[in-house]
Design a protein around this ligand. Structure first.
Ligand code: 5RP
Length: 226
């Protein structure tokens, strides 16, 4: 199976976890797109009755087009399960997220979910974190100054830009700084340090969030939180 087929297999498998009456967090990204597509099919063909809580305008648009009922995160009592993608997953099921710049809403929805399931292709699974630039959402005001702070801390920051050279804007109007780190040997320490920097809105270290990770492939692998 190629990467896209693995993503599709993981997404479709995750859709089998969804039951009538559930409030479902809908993540963001190319893997989640397959999950939402299959959910839409089940809603329309099987009459699956769910409410989705989205993590980005992209996912909201896709789900809305498919006729999936949506609610705001503040308008639901709880979220039964959230299915989201990830950029890297380590052996403890900690992850890096935010490759699609949706990390803030993704973390808010994840933190309000009873069960968090990530869907990935096999290339995302590593022994430890690193292997992918760590996204950090920052306020526009002072973003360049914050990059200097990150640089002085040895974090190799790069402000994410569009193809036109403009800073990428998140759904909340903030910007993304990617930290180019080979490995992250002490993720909790880095997470705490980042959370303490003025101007940082949120970072893409998702530690102790995932309960399960579904890895697409000829045979689906389900990794469970240790
Ligand atoms: C978006 C994310 C995505 O879930 C992550 O980037 C994985 O994306 P994809 O499934 O396209 O590889 O965190 O902010």
């Amino acid at each position: 199976m190629n990467t896209l087929e693995q993503k599709s297999a993981a997404g479709k498998y995750a859709a089998t976890l969804i039951e009538n009456g559930m409030v479902v967090g809908l993540g963001t990204g190319s893997t989640v797109k397959f999950f939402v597509e299959e959910l839409g099919r089940r809603v329309n063909e099987e009459g699956l009755d769910i409410v989705g809580v989205t993590t980005s305008t992209r996912t909201a648009e896709q789900a809305g087009t498919l006729g999936i009922a949506l609610a705001d995160v503040d308008d639901v009592d709880h979220i039964d399960i959230t299915v989201d993608g990830a950029d890297v997953v380590d052996a403890q099921l900690n992850g890096i997220k935010g490759g699609g710049a949706a990390l803030l809403y993704e973390k808010v929805v994840a933190k309000n979910s009873r069960r968090n399931v990530w869907i990935v292709d096999a290339s995302k699974v590593h022994e430890e974190l690193g292997h992918f630039p760590l996204p950090v959402e920052v306020v526009t005001y002072g973003a360049e100054q914050l990059c200097r702070v990150f640089d002085n801390h040895g974090l190799h920051p790069v402000l994410r830009r569009t193809a036109d050279g403009e800073p990428v804007k998140t759904d909340n109007g903030n910007e993304i700084v990617d930290l180019h780190l080979d490995t992250i040997p002490f993720p909790s320490e880095l997470a705490n340090w980042l959370a303490n920097q003025v101007g940082v809105i949120e970072h893409g270290l998702f530690l102790n969030v995932a309960d399960e990770v579904i890895v697409g492939g000829d045979e689906i692998q389900v990794l469970k939180s240790p």
